[in-house]
Design a binder for this molecule. Structure first.
Ligand SMILES: CSC[C@@H](O)[C@@H](O)C(=O)COP(=O)(O)O
Ligand SMILES: [Zn+2]
Length: 205
C-alpha cells in the first residue's frame, strides 16, 4: 500500500512519462509538483530527465520554496511552484513544460499577453464555461533570476485571480489544477490552443 507521498510521487512520475512522450518536456527540461499538505509541496529534483523519473527524484519543500531534504538538489524553479500553492489553497498540482509550440508562440507575440478567444476548448480550463470570454495568458520575459521572475508573476496573479496559466518567453508554460489530472488537462488544452494560434499566424503572414 502506497503512502500519500509515494502516491503523489507516482503521479509526478506518470505525468513526466506522458509529457515527455508528447514532446512537451524534452531532455531535462520542465518541473512538476503536487501539494503534500497545507504547508508542504513535493517537487521534482533538478536536472533529471523528466521522462525517466523515479520515486527518489522528488523532494519536499515548504511553501516559501525552501527544500526540506538537504541531500537533494531542488528544481531551479521551485519558487514558481510554491508561490502558486501559497496563492490559492485549492491548487493541488503544478506543471511546467517546454514544448516547441509554447516556446515559438511566446517568441512571436510581442505583447505581454496572449489572448485566447472564440475557442470551444477554452472550456477545458477551470472556471471557463463558454467560448465567448477571453482567456488572458501573460507572457513574462525569461529570467535566470527566479526570485525576480516570481515577483513579476506574483504581481500578475494578485491582479488576475482567474489566471489559469502563463508563458515565459522562449522558455515554456506554467499551469496548475486542483489535482494532477486537472493540471494535465490544462497542459493539453494549452498545447491544442497554441497550435491553433500558430497555424492562424502562419496563414496570416
Ligand atoms: C534543460 S534547461 C531547462 C532548465 O533551465 C529549467 O528551465 C527547467 O525547466 C528544468 O530545471 P530543473 O532545475 O531541472 O527543474
Ligand atoms: Zn523551465
Amino acid at each position: 500500500m502506497m503512502n500519500h507521498r509515494e502516491l503523489l510521487a507516482q503521479q509526478i512520475i506518470e505525468a513526466g512519462q506522458f509529457l515527455y512522450s508528447r514532446g512537451w518536456s524534452p531532455a531535462t527540461s520542465s518541473n512538476y509538483s503536487a501539494r503534500l499538505s497545507e504547508t508542504r509541496a513535493l517537487l521534482t529534483v533538478s536536472g533529471k530527465h523528466k521522462g525517466q523519473l523515479g520515486l527518489d527524484d522528488v523532494l519536499v519543500t515548504d511553501l516559501e520554496g525552501n527544500s526540506l531534504e538537504p541531500g537533494k538538489k531542488p528544481s531551479a524553479e521551485t519558487l514558481l511552484h510554491t508561490q502558486l500553492y501559497q496563492w490559492k489553497p485549492e491548487i493541488g498540482a503544478v506543471l511546467h513544460t517546454h514544448s516547441v509550440n509554447a516556446t515559438v508562440l511566446s517568441r512571436m507575440i510581442a505583447d505581454n499577453a496572449l489572448v485566447l478567444h472564440d475557442y470551444e476548448l477554452q472550456k477545458a480550463f477551470s472556471g471557463v464555461t463558454t467560448h465567448e470570454g477571453r482567456v488572458l495568458v501573460p507572457i513574462f520575459e525569461n529570467d535566470q533570476d527566479i526570485t525576480r521572475l516570481a515577483t513579476q508573476v506574483q504581481t500578475w496573479l494578485d491582479t488576475h485571480p482567474d489566471c489559469v496559466g502563463y508563458l515565459i518567453r522562449g522558455h515554456g508554460l506554467y499551469t496548475w489544477g486542483a489535482r494532477m489530472s486537472d493540471a494535465l488537462r490544462q497542459i493539453e488544452a494549452f498545447e491544442f490552443l497554441f497550435e491553433c494560434e500558430l497555424k492562424i499566424l502562419s496563414i496570416r503572414t
